[in-house]
Design a protein around this ligand. Structure first.
Ligand SMILES: [Ca+2]
Ligand SMILES: [Ca+2]
Length: 275
């Protein structure tokens, strides 16, 4: 590095597998620290130890991009998964025949070979976890608590638009993943709009814009592909297996900037919306 020039700190995750690198003002690499971190499990869907009503796929997100992932790397009650779909460089969906009701043990197979993309080829250490599969388990206690079908001057979305909105709450005592859950304004089309993998902790609220903008990035504001009919209508939430979870089957005509929803188990208008 030239005397008097100061180094800048650069994060170069894809440039030769460095964890961190100092780059001089002359743009030459000054000093780099190689990637010595092994990939780990970042997110499991369904979450480990959860009670599920069905189990036909398991989504695994690693802490970084990985290679050498195969369907047979994941064992479910000792049997290899039957199909693998790569959703991103770090995210994979293993598909499997549904195991029998009861405790389900999941583990990475010995010799899975999963490693990161760095020159050091840091190896994933493997992992195991379990589920309880119970087709008769209670449906999750997620409710559509409030919605606004005629937003004009209450809240605005990330584009500054006064879009309609729908508020959900997890009223249960367990976290609930909304991955592949469905919202619709049409009783004949339950699968109108599909949630990405977002999870609601107990008591947590989630606002979904009913803007027709159709945005499903789990880390950004969510937008359905439909708007709500202010003249009255239908609004329903289904789980990933199309069980009806919560619905307003025939809501009445709506007023501008007045929301509608559930309060203390009564249903009605909210002059002061509380999204
Ligand atoms: Ca690494
Ligand atoms: Ca493998």
């Amino acid at each position: 590095m030239a005397p008097g020039s100061s180094p800048s700190l650069a994060w170069l995750p894809d440039a030769g597998g460095y964890e961190i690198a100092f780059v001089g003002s002359d743009h030459n690499l000054w000093r780099a620290f190689p990637d010595t971190n092994a990939p780990t499990l970042a997110v499991l869907q369904p979450p480990a130890a959860s009670v599920v009503r069905t189990l036909r796929s398991i989504e695994v997100t690693f802490s970084e991009a990985v290679t050498n992932v195969d369907a047979a790397d994941l064992l479910v009650n000792g049997a290899a998964a039957t199909n693998l779909i790569q959703l991103s460089p770090a995210r994979f969906r293993f598909e499997l025949p549904q195991p029998p009701t009861g405790s389900v043990n999941v583990a990475f197979a010995t010799g899975h070979g999963v490693r990161d993309l760095s020159p050091a080829a840091n190896a994933f250490a493997g992992a195991s976890w379990s589920y309880t599969l119970d087709p008769n388990a209670p449906l999750p206690l997620v409710r559509i608590t409030e919605f606004m079908a005629a937003n004009a001057a209450t809240i605005v979305d990330e584009d500054g638009d006064a879009s309609d909105w729908i508020e959900l709450q997890n009223a249960g005592t367990n976290s609930v993943s909304l991955a592949d859950w469905l919202l619709t304004d049409d009783a004949t089309v339950p699968g109108k709009w599909r949630f990405p993998a977002v999870t609601l902790t107990p008591g947590q609220f989630k606002l979904v814009w009913a803007s027709a903008k159709n945005r499903t990035n789990a880390t950004a504001p969510l937008h359905t592909n439909f708007k709500l009919d202010r003249g009255g209508g239908y609004l329903a939430l289904f789980d990933a297996d199309t069980n009806l979870i919560s619905a307003f089957t025939n809501y009445p005509s709506q007023f501008t900037d007045v929301s509608y929803g559930i309060s203390s188990n009564a249903v009605g208008y909210f002059a002061t919306p509380t999204p």
